[in-house]
Ligand binder design. Sequence first.
Ligand code: PLP
Length: 414
Amino acid sequence: MLDRTYRVGFPTRGSLLGTAEIAALTGLIDSGAPLTSGAHRDRFEKRFREHVGTAHAMSVTSGTVALELAIHLLDLRPGDEVIVTPQTYQATIAPLLDFDAEVTFCDVEPDTLNMDPAVLETLVSDRTAAVMLVHYGGCPAEMDRITAAAHEHGAIVVEDCAHALGASRHGRRPGALADIGCFSFHNSKNLTTLGEGGMITFDRDDWALRLERLRSNNVDGVFGPAVPAEPPALLPWMKFADEVYSHSYTEILRAGTNATMSEAAAAVGSVQLDRLPELSARRRDIAHRLDEALAQSAADVRPHRAPPGTEHAYHLYTFFVDSGPLERERLVKSLDRRGIEVQLRYFPLHLTPEWRARGHRAGECPVAEGSWFDRHVNLPCHPGLTDAQLDHLAEVLHAELSGERVFQSSQPIS
Ligand SMILES: *Cc1c(COP(=O)(O)O)cnc(C)c1O
């Protein structure tokens, strides 16, 4: 696509921020309270675990870090298999590049682009240590079948919920539908903690202890004067009359990292969570309007629909052009010319250079390949769209799909 400003474009920010967020930041600065590891983080995590419905929600600095730390919890051993979706952003599975695990790509469903449980059932075995999937675009995946298949073989299921805040499935939230949920509050996402941030949700208490260490430099032990049973040879300046080794020290168990969410980010996160129903409602209204424009068209197009009993968070608005790649390409060019930005998310990951270098090839996931190369389209859908922009988008879409101009044009693609 051309590098230019669109009349209806993908967002500069995925969420809206206003006076409530500013008030939270002003309050924090004026309070003189610490700017890290404080009450705002505790509050945001408490609110988040109540929202998702898990025993634990632990904040980190990004969705990528959430996924990395989740993969640490899997305790992968050489030869373990991890089954993943190819239809996601690279960060979902990129941390696996550094592990000795064998990665198998599981194809997706043609209507949702979520991991296909029927394919997973043919792949999963006792070698499978974990299954990693995304709720594509904010549409909840078929988690009942997926977790049943994985758990039968003792595999842990990780949900990448970067798109799915605001979604639900039979009244339950993504992040609580499997073993570990990873969220992103990046600038582009449905909720943001000032540009970067992430959260990990789960129920296991032993994971909470491990994550607490992993996200704070893997420091173990109690801060404060320590009294070793066998005091090390003390330097003279460390010695006190009573022979107590009175300088505090801490022990680092293994390499960890500092992934602590700042108080400013957490303060804004809590406000954003309060606003989530309103932000999600706007995304749904936009999506329904676009669905209507598609439904009125004579062209061979299908909306991306959440299955019955599920609520779609519409991080992405997706539809499918079933009349062939040339028609899809013509439509994309034509929308672009009329000021509508179109994106295609995501290039099938088994075909990116890093995974091809590990032996993955075209043909492994025909549905994901067919969708990206031939069928699917992502349109702008975010709460920052004005009513005028939405009207323009719906009108252009309707005109392009109902007119003869797109589907019977014999003009070459310019
Ligand atoms: C945005 C995103 C991530 C990464 O999150 P960051 O917060 O940007 O690190 C991971 N997976 C998916 C599907 C995403 O969309």
